[in-house]
Structure formats: C-alpha cells, structure tokens
Design a protein around this ligand. Structure first.
Ligand SMILES: Cc1cc2nc3c(=O)[nH]c(=O)nc-3n(C[C@H](O)[C@H](O)[C@H](O)COP(=O)(O)O)c2cc1C
Length: 313
C-alpha cells in the first residue's frame, strides 16, 4: 500500500485543516506542515499554541522549518522535539522571491557548500530526525545532482523531491527524467511530490518509479480530498455523496475558523483561500469560485455557499 502525505500549503493546510480532514476523508497517512520561519524572535508560546499535541489531533504531522542558519534551525527543531515531534522537515524548496533573495528555501539550492556547512553544524546538534523537502534547483535543474552526494553523507530520514526548479514556480512540466536520476544516486528514502491529481497519474508514476512507495500530494488532494482513498483502491463514491461530505467538511472548517478569526473579512478571506483549490471535482467549479470571490461579509458568504451546495445536490 502506498504511503500518502498531505503536502504543506501555507495558508491552507493549517492545524485546523489537518485536524478536521481525517474526520471526513480517508487514506492520508502523514502531513508536512507549512513552514515556520526560524528566527530569533520566534516565541515559544505561539509555537506551543499551534503545535502542542492536544491541538493537533488530526493527521500525524511533521513540522517544517525554513532557515539558512543552523543554530536558529536547531533551536526551533529541538523545541519541537521536546513537545513530541520525532521528525522535522527543512524547507529547501520555497520559490518566492523574498525568500530566495535572502538565500533561504530554494535560494540555497545553488550553494552546495552552504548546505553542507549547514548540515555539518545542525545534524550533530539535532534531537529530531531530519527530513528535507526540495526542488531540482533554483534555475538549473541539475543543481540537485550535486546536492544528493552531499545528502548521502548525512543520516537523513528522507528527501521529498518536487521535480521542478524554483523559477518554474508551480507551472510547466515536472521533470521525471531528472527525478529518476535522483533516485538512482540517492541512498535515502525518496518521496515523490508534484502534480498528482488523479488515480491515473499516480498509477503512471508508480509504474515508472517502482522503488518509490511514498507520495506527497498538495493541490490534487485539496481539490479532490477523496483522492487518497481512491489511490488506495477503494471504490469511487457517487458524486452526490462526495458533495455532501465536502459540504460537511466545509461547514465544520467554517465553524472552527469562525472561532479564531474575528472580523467579517477575515473569515471570508480564509474561506476564499479554501476555495482556491477545493472542489475541483464539482460541476460548475469556476462559476462557484467566482461567486464566492464576490462575497465580503460572513452572512453573504454563507448564503452563496448554501445556494451552491443546494444546487449541486
Ligand atoms: C499556495 C501554496 C503554498 C505552499 N506552501 C508551502 C510550504 O509552506 N512549504 C513547502 O514545503 N511547500 C509549500 N508549497 C509547495 C507544495 O507543498 C507542493 O510542493 C507543490 O504544490 C507541488 O505539489 P502538488 O502538485 O501536489 O501541489 C506550497 C504550494 C502552494 C501552491
């Protein structure tokens, strides 16, 4: 049976999302949380609020840290270990300009020397196991081929590879040939991540990469949260049943977010983010998203969503 991970999507796969998801959808084994920035100013209080085990009853989660400084990284990683996290993930894939400019996320991929120096310092000081999520390179997709021999010298838990460069952002083709090369030369467990949005795509990838049994899915799973159970071979549910379950999940999320977000625009903005990818399997999906994007007040949003779901059922 494949092991399926929910990918981190900042602003979307937060604690509340990960807590409620398994109440409605099956098949996801693990999640990596959206990144925390390791800076000296991070307050243990805020860390504990979002990461304390009693606030994280949902999908079993690996926290992710973005940092180019091994000391800041280790401090935060060890604090997470102390509250119960046996593994942390290092973000080497974030493609956003502000992050890259500071030499963090994918901005480090072109610097194997800095990555090696980071690992030399951090690995001996880390209490949790270390997993790394990365892209093929910043601009050059061959950068990863220089990094893997470096990673091979350290005891890492796994490499999660999204086979795009940072300049590709989330568009263009995933580079399966280079992903295959990475598999050939890595001594670590490799998790595949990128563009799995149907059972058929997963089957194609699983057929091509027989040694991979861990798959991370982001947008495809947010769009169709039944995808994990469909990949695991359970029969596809009837359309109406899927709509009903999505509606119940949506209503539960709305109720939970309402408790922590004050102000009418905060909750509608949060739900607009939810609808960025959600419900890709729904009929009239684009029309739905457009009408939701025109709502600015809580009651107006609820009216629009009620009508949408009533019409779909
Ligand atoms: C809006 C958005 C936010 C993301 N936030 C993160 C993040 O915090 N950490 C991370 O490692 N990747 C992040 N990613 C990348 C995803 O985890 C994933 O690697 C990417 O979407 C490709 O997988 P997919 O095609 O299955 O979605 C983000 C992607 C998107 C679209």
């Amino acid at each position: 049976m494949p092991i399926l991970y929910l990918a981190p999507l900042q602003g979307m796969t937060d604690r509340i999302y990960r807590n409620l998801f398994p109440l409605y959808f099956k098949g996801v084994d693990l999640a990596v949380a959206p990144f925390l920035s390791a800076t000296k100013s991070i307050k243990p209080g805020s860390l504990l609020r979002d990461y304390s085990p009693d606030q994280n009853s949902g999908i079993s989660t690996i926290p992710q840290i973005m940092s180019s400084g091994p000391d800041d990284f280790t401090r935060l990683a060890n604090a997470l270990f102390d509250i119960g996290y046996g593994t942390v993930n290092w973000n080497l894939g974030c493609p956003f300009r502000m992050v890259v400019k500071k030499g963090r996320g994918a901005g480090m991929l072109c610097r194997p020397d800095r990555i090696e120096a980071f690992l030399e310092k951090a690995v001996p000081a880390l209490k949790p196991k270390l997993s790394i999520k990365l892209r093929l390179g910043l601009k050059d997709p061959d950068e990863i081929l220089e990094l893997i021999p470096v990673f091979n010298r350290f005891p890492l838990d796994e490499l999660i590879i999204h086979p795009r460069t940072a300049v590709q952002m989330y568009d263009g083709e995933v580079d399966l040939d280079r992903f295959g090369k990475c598999l050939d030369i890595s001594r670590h467990t490799v998790v595949y991540n990128g563009d799995i949005d149907t059972v058929r795509t997963h089957r194609m990838l699983a057929g091509r990469f027989g040694s991979v049994d861990r798959w991370m899915i982001g947008r495809g799973l947010l769009g169709n949260p039944f995808l994990a159970e469909e990949i695991k071979g359970r029969i596809e549910r009837p359309y109406k049943e899927k709509v009903q379950i999505l509606r119940a999940f949506h209503d539960h999320l709305f109720a939970e977010y309402s408790q922590i977000l004050s102000g009418p625009a905060h909750i509608t903005n949060k739900m607009k983010e939810f609808w960025t990818y959600s419900g890709s399997f729904l009929k009239n999906r684009e029309k739905i998203r457009k009408s939701i994007n025109k709502t600015y007040r809580r009651d107006q949003y609820l009216d629009v969503v009620r009508t949408i779901f009533d019409d779909l059922l």
